[in-house]
Ligand binder design. Structure first.
Ligand code: TXA
Ligand code: MG
Length: 359
């Protein structure tokens, strides 16, 4: 049987930013920082992103809540800040086609759409490039990735200055409408972000259009800034509608996705593994085990656990074990989203038709 180290899956962000965030109420007393765009603001924002902090920035559609997509802990911070009770894959924002091709595999159709609509309000779901530095929390463990090159000059300047893909959902708390002004962002997330770049109201006020480009023909996953007619003018045909996905419940109307779940059976709330099982541990009190074992966070940090979740599930799924036993995870903070995903992984699943299987 394969033996895996019992350490956490990826190294902790070395910047130390999280310690500052977590220390005695420091975050709570931090006042909202809103800055007008300028070269100094962009430089500051890029530095904060690289240090693992969250920065809210304008795009032509809505304001985005950005984190360095290559730092799992920073991406976990997005879910924490939004108070999202589940993990939903995020869009990776990049400065141009070359940067997009570094993290996603393009086909001819995708290149044609990129030439027509980028930079702009089109997000394409493509096969994720193997070995890309993007955290598996961005794709929620899927083998596909959503990418977009925004056209807002401030967003583009920020992406160029950062030099990394930036994961960014709309900058509002979960369940609230998408933020289209800096004041909306401040009201919802002021205490959670290191900086808000204020560039006035966004031009579209609706999110980007999401097209799944992984199949034979483009499939519309979310209507948005770029219309189906706009797309038809480039591809010669209307994009197909979204297919209902038997393994997941739609997150919101028009937003459908596949979920990654391990192929082996998952047993929750396990205090110790049984013979032949892989063990997904959490916290300092994990029992010793000489079978496949990974600890999501030996120090019991939920943000670190969220950052490691999907990579750990994949590794243990491929370890040759007959099942996966998972230690209890506290049902608070990011533990709620972690447990949501683990419960879905443990639930009996219908057979997935090949056409919709993406994981
Ligand atoms: O206009 C926008 O797109 C804004 C700005 C900030 O760029 N961003 C935004 O992100 O709306 P968010 O996280 O609110 O919506 C992303 C949507 C989610 O509904 C998610 O299901 C879908 O994209 N998505 C992301 N990755 C996916 C994937 N690999 N497969 C299918 N759907 C995916
Ligand atoms: Mg949103």
């Amino acid at each position: 049987m394969v033996s895996l180290p019992s350490s956490s899956v990826s190294p902790v962000n070395p910047s130390g930013a999280d310690q500052r965030r977590g220390s005695l109420g420091w975050r709570n007393i931090r006042s909202v920082r809103i800055a007008q765009p300028s070269p100094a603001t962009i430089e500051d924002a890029a530095r904060l992103l690289l240090a693992g902090e969250l920065v809210a920035f304008p795009t032509e559609t809505v304001y985005g809540l950005g984190a360095d997509a290559t730092q799992g802990r920073a991406v976990a911070g997005i879910y924490e800040a939004k108070g999202r009770p589940h993990f939903n894959p995020l869009i990776a924002h990049v400065a141009g086609l070359a940067e997009a091709e570094a993290i996603a595999v393009f086909n001819e159709g995708a290149r044609r759409l990129a030439a027509a609509f980028w930079p702009g309000g089109l997000t394409m779901v493509l096969a994720a490039r193997e070995g890309s530095p993007v955290s598996s929390l961005v794709t929620a463990g899927l083998a596909t990735i959503a990418v977009r090159v925004p056209s807002h000059p401030v967003a583009l300047d920020l992406l160029r200055a950062t030099g990394r893909p930036v994961a960014a959902p709309s900058a509002n708390r979960s369940g609230h409408v998408s933020a289209t002004t800096a004041a909306h962002v401040a009201a919802d997330l002021g205490a959670e972000v290191a900086l808000i770049i204020d560039s006035g109201p966004t031009a579209y006020g609706v999110e980007s259009t999401i097209l799944d480009m992984t199949g034979e023909a483009p499939r519309l996953l979310r209507p948005g800034a770029i219309t189906a007619e706009d797309i038809e003018r480039v591809t010669g045909s209307r994009p197909l509608g979204a297919v209902a996905d038997p393994v997941s419940v739609p997150i919101a109307p028009g937003q459908l996705e596949s979920h990654y779940a391990p192929a082996i059976p998952v047993r929750l709330d396990a205090t110790s593994p049984r013979e032949g099982e892989a063990f997904l541990a959490f916290g300092p009190y994990a029992p010793a085990y000489d079978g496949p074992l990974l600890n999501l966070s030996p120090r019991g940090d939920l943000r670190e656990a969220a950052a490691n979740l999907f990579a750990a599930l994949r590794r243990l799924d491929r370890s040759g074990a007959r099942g996966l036993a998972v230690m209890p995870i506290p049902e608070r903070g990011l533990g709620v989203a972690i447990n949501d995903r683990l419960r879905r992984a443990a639930a009996p699943r219908p057979t997935i038709p090949a056409a919709t299987e993406r994981a």
